[in-house]
Design a protein around this ligand. Structure first.
Ligand code: HEC
Ligand code: HEC
Ligand code: HEC
Ligand code: HEC
Length: 305
């Protein structure tokens, strides 16, 4: 998924410069098997998620056909463009997997060559020159990589699918009326720290590490900051009662979470009174390195998906 704001701004700028110019080719997926060549552990975790397993089963779900019909497109989820927006990873124009690495980390055709260039064919990851690494990371991000450190941006991708904003509000409403689920209790810690968790960070890259309390609190608040922006936008754009009720539930839990740190985090007040992306990013910047587990620890989910 591409960052909507920047790609729109980019497209707008291009339109001003050159009307007749050929469209810039968008980044495309390389597919999870490419990432597996180097990231076996992360791929192994992904294979245990609903994102992976659903590729073999979701089109056979009892409601799949009715939902696909309601979209107005192909009756088969696998051939239906609307469903593929969220349910599959397309490689070379064909659905090859469920939601996968690039659904969260960004389509990699443009950033992968940069990511893989450590400064020479014999350079090992640990031996890369620090200046080279810094430039490589910056260049990869410019080319669309959503790095693990960019939690706000990753959480936006989760919301594109889990808040159903990768399609317009009218389409989301049609799918929901035909039985498509929309979960008002979606919350980032619960959804990311169970089956989805892959944290093979140094120093022990053999171990899938759990987050400590401070990290969990930041993840929780980041998820709610992004969620507040999406749910507010979603509720305003939709006339579907089921969807609006789910969004209202998310707005209520996000408001409680962010409200709990209002006295401690400066930008919390502005985010609550005006839930824009700019205010949410300021809030998330302000919590970096902070331990807010005292304020929100009691709200953290006890069970993970
Ligand atoms: C040729 C090997 C190779 C391939 C292929 C590869 N990676 Fe990596 N990746 C690495 C190495 C080595 C690192 C650690 C050094 C660094 O931070 O770049 C890394 C780091 C990362 C990180 C940051 C990890 C951190 O420390 O936070 C992410 C995210 C990532 N890769 C995602 C991917 C995805 C997604 C794909 C497939 C589209 C992919 N990589 C393909 C070798 C590879
Ligand atoms: C905007 C993103 C999006 C679109 C478009 C979308 N889905 Fe989904 N779908 C999801 C998400 C996210 C879930 C999981 C919801 C949850 O568990 O909270 C899901 C779940 C489902 C389920 C339930 C699966 C289960 O295991 O219970 C079915 C069936 C389904 N979708 C069918 C479809 C069909 C058919 C289409 C195309 C007409 C479609 N979806 C389009 C995001 C989407
Ligand atoms: C559902 C979204 C999602 C999917 C799918 C996903 N990632 Fe990630 N990835 C994340 C998030 C979120 C983090 C940050 C985790 C953290 O810091 O706690 C992350 C962190 C990472 C890291 C750094 C941590 C580590 O394990 O070294 C790497 C590397 C990585 N992902 C690679 C991949 C690869 C390769 C795939 C596919 C096999 C993949 N990811 C699939 C969301 C995702
Ligand atoms: C490209 C769309 C997409 C993205 C991005 C995405 N998901 Fe999903 N996710 C889905 C779909 C579709 C399903 C439902 C699969 C099924 O059951 O058929 C799902 C299911 C899940 C489930 C299983 C839910 C359950 O009730 O069992 C979890 C957990 C989950 N996603 C977490 C995440 C998190 C966390 C992120 C971001 C870090 C994320 N997802 C990003 C589309 C996406």
């Amino acid at each position: 998924m591409f960052s909507k704001i920047s790609s729109l701004a980019f497209a707008g700028a291009l339109a001003l410069i050159a009307f007749a110019a050929a469209p810039v080719s968008a980044a495309s997926n390389v597919g999870p098997e490419k990432c597996q060549e180097c990231h076996r552990a992360e791929h192994g975790v992904w294979e245990g998620t609903a994102h992976f397993t659903s590729f073999r089963s979701v089109h056979k779900h009892k409601d799949a056909k009715a939902i696909a019909e309601a979209s107005g497109g192909d009756k088969s989820l696998r051939r239906n463009d609307t469903c593929q927006t969220c349910h599959t990873t397309e490689v070379g124009g064909k659905p090859k997997a469920g939601p996968s690495c690039e659904s969260c980390h960004g389509a990699a055709s443009a950033w992968l060559p940069i990511h893989n260039d450590l400064g020479g064919p014999t350079v090992k990851p640990g031996d890369e020159a620090p200046a080279h690494k810094a430039k490589r990371l910056a260049d990869a991000k410019k080319a669309g990589m959503i790095h693990s450190s960019m939690l706000y941006d990753i959480a936006e991708n989760c919301n594109g699918c889990h808040t159903m904003q990768n399609v317009d509000a009218a389409m989301a409403g049609k799918l929901i009326d035909a039985g498509h689920p929309i979960n008002g209790n979606y919350e980032l810690v619960a959804y990311s720290q169970g089956t989805v968790r892959h944290r093979f960070y140094p120093p022990d890259i053999t171990k899938n590490q759990e987050m400590n309390k401070a990290e969990l609190a930041r993840m929780f608040l980041t998820g709610h900051a992004v969620g507040l922006v999406y749910a507010t936008k979603g509720a305003a754009a939709s006339s579907n009662a089921t969807y609006k009720a789910a969004m209202d539930k998310r707005i209520a839990s996000a408001t409680a979470a962010i409200g709990a740190v209002k006295g401690k985090v400066g930008p919390a007040g502005a985010l609550l009174s005006s839930p824009t992306e700019a205010n949410a990013r300021k809030f998330v910047d302000a919590i970096q390195g902070e331990d807010l587990s005292g304020a929100v620890g009691g709200m953290l989910p006890k069970k993970y998906k």
